[in-house]
Design a protein. Structure first.
Length: 420
């Protein structure tokens, strides 16, 4: 709705206001007349009509605010004569194009990378400002101010609302991939709330990744990102039990994993590895595939996982990747060797406030027999965690620091260090 309304409004703030007004109008109209046959189309059309009315009331708006509208696009007078339950955009397959245009707008190189990601998560992906702030380890007011500045930057720089020309893609592809990946990880393990997974965000990320791959089928990293999301999401149905309790990787029923998604991911990974020097998403997908393809947790090729992490660190030297690497390293070299690397990462200070650092540290201390220190680390992780499923898991470990690991809590979460 927002993406479609921006095309008419030419301004993000105005589009957001019109969308909210459409929701308010629906509360009155639908209560009186009933829910229309196509609620989404009704809301989108109502929002766009309000944008048209606002522009007509104040013709000087376009001289004060830059257009995000393509030159050939004009206010759609024909839209004013259509019934509210008719979708102005035609078939549903046009909606992803609107989202993609808005993603590329938010990922314009004139914006700082952090602003690109935050703005896209908030506007295009519907992630709450509080959860965006948590992903960046800042307060909600700070993040709200950053989002406001980013939108003003779009206005001041006169950034157009369109898919970039081919020559512009290289400057935008990397942040677009990063946005989709972070959207997925935000849904894969929700930053807050009761449920471990936010399926709506996961599905949106998968859809965007597939659409991007369709747009650029020869781009290795677009292929790698789609593979990573597919193979990671293949375990979704088994990550919690019937009561919502988090299940570690070794506890999950592998017979229930989505084999079709895993097979599609495998083909994409093989193509990516054969295409030359693999990038970060291809390597991450290969790591996730090794976890998924193993006949059992104990039979995982841990040495190969560590080797792939070593290659990943070469192309993406992120402290979070280094932390993730300690999980398989503990299986190869023992928990004390892995603990030494975790301690070094903690001393660097890049992951201060990152709950998974303390969760992994607690597990390694526990397996090394240092139960008192393990309890302290679990308490630190618990204090930084807002997701209820993860909190319950950590509380259980805190109450009985004897065995079991928390590798599952970090496996699959490869946040760029600039985003945590």
């Amino acid at each position: 709705m927002l993406a479609a309304t921006v095309r008419v409004a030419g301004d993000l703030d105005l589009a957001e206001e019109c969308v909210q007004e459409a929701y308010a109008a629906a509360m009155q109209s639908w209560t009186r007349d009933g829910v229309p046959a196509s609620p989404a189309a009704w809301l989108t059309t109502a929002a766009r009509r309000r944008a048209v009315d606002a522009i007509r009331r104040e013709q000087t708006l376009r001289s004060k605010l830059p257009l995000l509208l393509e030159p050939e696009e004009t206010v759609e007078d024909t839209a004013m004569n259509r019934p509210l339950d008719e979708d102005l955009d035609g078939p549903d397959d046009s909606v992803p194009d609107e989202r993609l245009r808005l993603i590329f707008t938010c990922c314009h190189p004139a914006l700082a990378q952090e602003a690109q990601v935050a703005l896209t998560l908030r506007l295009v992906c519907g992630v709450a400002t509080a959860d965006v702030a948590r992903a960046f380890l800042v307060s909600e007011p700070t993040m709200a101010a950053r989002l406001t500045r980013a939108k003003k930057k779009i206005s001041g720089a006169r950034i157009p609302y369109r898919v970039p020309r081919p020559a512009e893609l290289p400057d935008r592809l990397r942040p677009v991939l990063g946005v989709i990946h972070l959207l997925f990880t935000t849904g894969h393990t929700a930053p807050s709330g009761v449920d471990l997974v936010r399926a709506d965000l996961v599905e949106r990320a998968l859809h965007l990744a597939r659409m991007l791959h369709d747009l650029m089928p020869d781009e290795p990293e677009a292929r790698g990102l789609l593979a990573l999301l597919l193979v990671t999401d293949a375990r979704r149905a088994t990550r919690v039990d019937s009561a919502g309790r988090l299940l570690r990787l070794q506890e999950q029923d592998r017979t229930r994993w989505d084999r079709r998604a895993m097979a599609e991911a495998r083909d994409l990974i093989v193509a990516g590895l054969r295409g030359g020097r693999p990038g970060r998403y291809v390597l991450q997908a290969a790591i996730a595939s090794l976890y998924a393809e193993a006949p059992s947790y104990d039979a995982t090729d841990w040495a190969q996982v560590v080797a792939l992490y070593d290659r990943l660190l070469e192309v993406w030297p992120s402290p979070v990747v280094a932390l993730n690497r300690t999980v398989p390293l503990a299986m190869v070299a023992g928990p004390r060797a892995a603990l030494a690397e975790v301690d070094a990462l903690e001393q660097q200070g890049n992951l201060a406030g990152y709950q998974y650092l303390y969760a992994v540290k607690a597990d390694l201390l526990r397996r090394s027999g240092q139960l008192g220190q393990a309890r302290e680390a679990y308490a630190q992780a618990l204090a930084l965690t807002a997701n209820e499923a993860e909190r319950a898991f950590l509380s259980e470990r805190l109450s009985e620091p004897t065995a079991a690991d928390v590798g599952e809590a970090v496996t699959g979460r490869h946040h760029d260090s600039a985003h945590v």
